[in-house]
Design a protein around this ligand. Structure first.
Ligand code: DP6
Length: 328
């Protein structure tokens, strides 16, 4: 094989990854659990070309900015190292969701790139090996290898060999939906990587965050298995607020929310008072993801669209893991 195309979905964490025990290897301080999001996808195309002098990295056909191109190229170096090849590659990354809307794309990008680059290099890999590889590109990418509900195991080994994702339940296990309320367009001010490093080093609440994560993981894992939305939703909301408490107490503080983010949080609470089982979670940005029963998703989406400052609502739900579309 010399070229391949792969597709991966984004994911949203219900118990967050927020802090590392090893920055070079993206080893997390705690485990995390996410749901892979149907329809929010990234396609990666990789072709190894023997005489190419350097990697050529494009985003939807346009030359990628040097910083991002370098990070993607260093990731392809890992695959070259494992496959014992020096061939440079053309790499094209395109996402079907608005990256400029500040939705995390590194998870779907590195999951798709891991799959495409290993296939293009003719490197046979198991799903676990793929998850470990994707983790090196971006921690959350290790979870997008699998579909449905996924847990990333913290692991204890210094080389990261036991820190990878495992499926908790497949996409069709549970009839839930995720509505994404977009409250701002444009890239976020402080990305997850820098944000979690600053929070881990400088928030007085960070040790408490790390200590409380195992109980949240147990509750969410069990809640997913039992299809207990109240348990999963309540725990995910608390976990999100705890992560943001750590961010807010970093030096300087990280405040990812805008006025519409807060208005959506209040709206979700009001929906619950009206008997709708909706729960929010927020990553390192101003967008709000709302978990609800699938039959209620249109009503929830309409309620979110009516909140002042919400510019768009995307509808998703549990989706499939990474897959190879073509390899030649
Ligand atoms: C808030 O996976 O983007 O979305 O490993 O440094 O690339 P790096 O970080 P990244 O962080 C994601 C953080 C989060 C929570 C989560 O997805 O668990």
């Amino acid at each position: 094989m010399t070229s391949a195309i792969a597709c991966a979905n984004a994911n949203v964490a219900l118990a967050k990854y927020w802090g590392k025990r090893d920055e070079a290897l993206n080893l997390p301080a705690t485990g995390s659990i996410s749901v892979t999001l149907a329809g929010l996808e990234t396609v990666a195309r990789v072709a190894f070309i023997p005489d190419l002098p350097t990697d050529l990295v494009t985003f939807a056909g346009e030359l990628a900015p040097p910083g991002e191109a370098g990070r993607l190229s260093r990731f392809v170096d890992l695959v070259r190292g494992q496959a014992r090849t020096r061939a440079r590659a053309t790499v094209d990354i395109r996402s079907n969701f608005p990256v400029a809307a500040g939705l995390a794309s590194s998870a779907s990008t590195y999951a798709a790139l891991a799959r495409a680059a290993t296939a293009a290099a003719g490197l046979p890999v198991s799903d676990t090996e793929l998850s470990i590889l994707a983790r090196r590109g971006s921690g959350s990418a290790c979870r997008s290898i699998f579909g449905g509900f996924v847990e990333w195991l913290r692991g204890t080994a210094a080389d990261g060999s036991d820190s990878y994702a495992v499926p908790v339940a497949p996409a069709d296990h549970w009839n839930v939906a995720v509505a994404v309320a977009v409250t701002a367009r444009g890239p976020k001010a402080v990305g997850s990587r820098e944000g979690m490093a600053r929070a881990a080093e400088l928030s007085r609440y960070y040790p408490a965050w790390v200590a409380s994560q195992p109980a949240d993981l147990d509750a969410i894992r069990q809640g997913i298995r039992d299809r207990d939305l109240a348990l999963v939703g309540t725990t995910a909301e608390q976990n999100c607020l705890a992560m943001h408490a750590v961010a807010l107490t970093a030096q300087p503080p990280l405040l990812y929310w805008n006025a519409a983010t807060l208005a959506v949080m209040h709206r979700v609470r009001a929906l619950r008072e009206d008997g709708v089982d909706a729960y929010f979670t927020i990553d390192a940005g101003p967008q709000v993801k709302v978990l609800c029963p699938r039959p209620q998703r249109d009503a929830v989406a309409a309620a979110l669209r009516a909140v002042e400052g919400v510019v768009d609502v995307l509808l998703s739900g549990p989706g499939e893991g990474v897959h190879l579309m073509e390899a030649t």
